[in-house]
Every structure is written in C-alpha cells, then in structure tokens.
Ligand binder design. Sequence first.
Ligand SMILES: Cc1cc2nc3c(=O)[nH]c(=O)nc-3n(C[C@H](O)[C@H](O)[C@H](O)COP(=O)(O)OP(=O)(O)OC[C@H]3O[C@@H](n4cnc5c(N)ncnc54)[C@H](O)[C@@H]3O)c2cc1C
Length: 296
Amino acid sequence: MTQGEVFDCIIVGAGPGGLQAAIYLGRYNRNVLLIDRGGGRTWHARHIENFLTQKVISGPEIIRAGLEQARHFNVKILKGEVLRLGKKTWFEVGTGEMTFLARFVIVSSGAGDNLPPIENVHKFLGTFFFTCLDCDGYRTTGRKLAVIGNSLKTVHLAFAMKKMYTRDITLILYFLEPPEEYAELLREENIPFLTGRPARIVGEEKIEAIEFQDGRRVECEMIMSNFGYKLNDDFLAGLDLRRDREHFKYVTNSAYESSLTGLYIVGPLTGNDQAIIAAGEGAAAAIDIKKRLLEY
Ligand SMILES: Cc1cc2nc3c(=O)[nH]c(=O)nc-3n(C[C@H](O)[C@H](O)[C@H](O)COP(=O)(O)OP(=O)(O)OC[C@H]3O[C@@H](n4cnc5c(N)ncnc54)[C@H](O)[C@@H]3O)c2cc1C
C-alpha cells in the first residue's frame, strides 16, 4: 500500500458478505483492500448446516477458507478497526491513524447479539445456547427447550418453536408479565411460562438447567434466547444514510447500494442475518461495482 493510493474498493468486514465480495472483485483484477477487526458473529457460529454443499461447517472454517481464497486473488487484507468513513473526492476510510482512499466501499460489518447477563452463556453459545431460529432452530428438534427473552416477540418465538421443533418448551420472560390474551394462548398451547431473571446456566459438557436468583430452576437441554442484536455501524454515524421506519436497518437498492452513491451495505445491516444470504449480497454488490468501475 502506498501513500495516496486510491483503491477500487475497500471492504469493511471479513465475514461471508465481505469475503464473497472480495473474491469477486479480486477476480475482476481490481485493487481491493479488505479491513477486518476479527471476532464477528461468524466466528461464534460453531455448527452451520444450512450452507449449500456443507453438511456441517463451522464459521471459523468458512472465514479461514474465505481469507485464503481472497488472498489467492490478490486482495489486500488488513487487520484493523474502521473508525471513520467519509466522502470527499474519494471515500476516506479511517483506522486509528491511517486513512485509506477508495472509489467504492462495501460495508459488511455485521451485528452483535445482545446476550443476557447469565453465568455460562459464553460457554454454551453456539452449541446448546442459541440466538437465531433460522440458524439453530432445527437442532432443538425434540429437545427440552427453554425460550428466554424480554418482549412479546419472545412469546411469538415460543409458539413458532413449538410448531416447528419441539413440544417441550418453557418460556422465561425477563420482567414481562404477558398480557392476558397471550397468557391464555400459552396455556392453550401447553407452554408453561414464568417471569424473572435467570442467574446461571447449569451443566458441565451439556446444559442441564437454568437457575434463577431466587432459587427457581427450569430443567432444559437447550436455550433459545431472544434479546435482539446491535448493528456494528458506529463508523457510519456521520453519513446520514437512509434507514427503515424504525430507524434501524439501512435502506439500499437491489444491488445493495445505500442512499450515498458508491457506498454498498450488505448482511445484517440491511436485513438478513444468514451466512449464505450475506455472501449472495456481497456477490451482487461486487458485480454492480465491477460495472461502475468500467466507467472510470
Ligand atoms: C452462534 C451463531 C450461530 C450461527 N449459525 C448460523 C447458521 O447456522 N447459518 C447461517 O447462515 N448463519 C448463522 N449465523 C449467522 C451468521 O454468522 C451471520 O449471518 C453472518 O455472519 C453474517 O455475515 P456478515 O459477513 O454480514 O457478518 P459477520 O460474520 O458478523 O462479519 C462481520 C465482520 O466485520 C467485522 N467488523 C465489524 N465492525 C468492524 C469495523 N468497524 N472495522 C473492521 N471490521 C469490523 C467483524 O469483526 C466481523 O469480522 C450464526 C451466528 C451466530 C452468532
């Protein structure tokens, strides 16, 4: 990298979205810089079984293979955190003291789960403690499950889990008494529910139970948690990009270009939190950028 060099594209984030985009742009012989701080959601996915051609693969395996493939196509890879993103003549992407210039930027920085402060959450995350129905719902099939969360969405999740995966569900709501019509439906569906704050997950190799501060205990083999997630988007704060009605997700066109010309956003920041979808969006963004670069 040389001072003042203008990259064709800078990609923020080496998850499936950013890596797939990097591989496409590398194979168009473009000058691409991929910046990643490490430790995203894919790093925590220990068991992915819904990715085409992969009966089971871990998130770290996808990332390692993706990085190797991107390097093979001459993508430059930098370990670092993007702290600033602005646009003058070129996009200016800042990491600490360094600022890099680019004609186009793809943001694929993903999201982070809001995890409840329960002892042993990290010990079981991705093996017996899950945060996403689409990712791991199937693995709860026929198992003794606790569904925990803090909103009426959690009640809907419990109904969905019962319809698709397991009849043996206990619903735990943090400080939320369900309205009577929900309580009635839960009784009809035979889903026991309780309110309170679990303190610890009990178990050595596997989960055995979830315990409350007041000593109550719910026996379970798996936990599906529903506390939402936070987007990794602090560095986009100054750009005033178009968001959805809830002012949460970013609005893009069908090629994943945001309301700022030349800035593409893929993955959970625009809506979908699945590895294969993030990869597809990364490919679509890269193909669009390829066409635009031909105009330079
Ligand atoms: C426990 C678990 C299980 C999952 N199981 C599945 C599954 O079975 N199937 C499935 O399809 N999906 C699964 N997922 C979800 C999947 O991992 C995500 O949907 C997918 O990773 C989204 O890809 P991404 O590239 O958008 O983001 P990520 O994989 O989150 O990658 C984003 C990258 O950007 C980096 N980054 C963030 N901010 C910055 C910054 N400012 N500067 C530099 N780098 C930055 C992050 O550190 C990270 O490396 C699972 C997730 C978890 C947590």
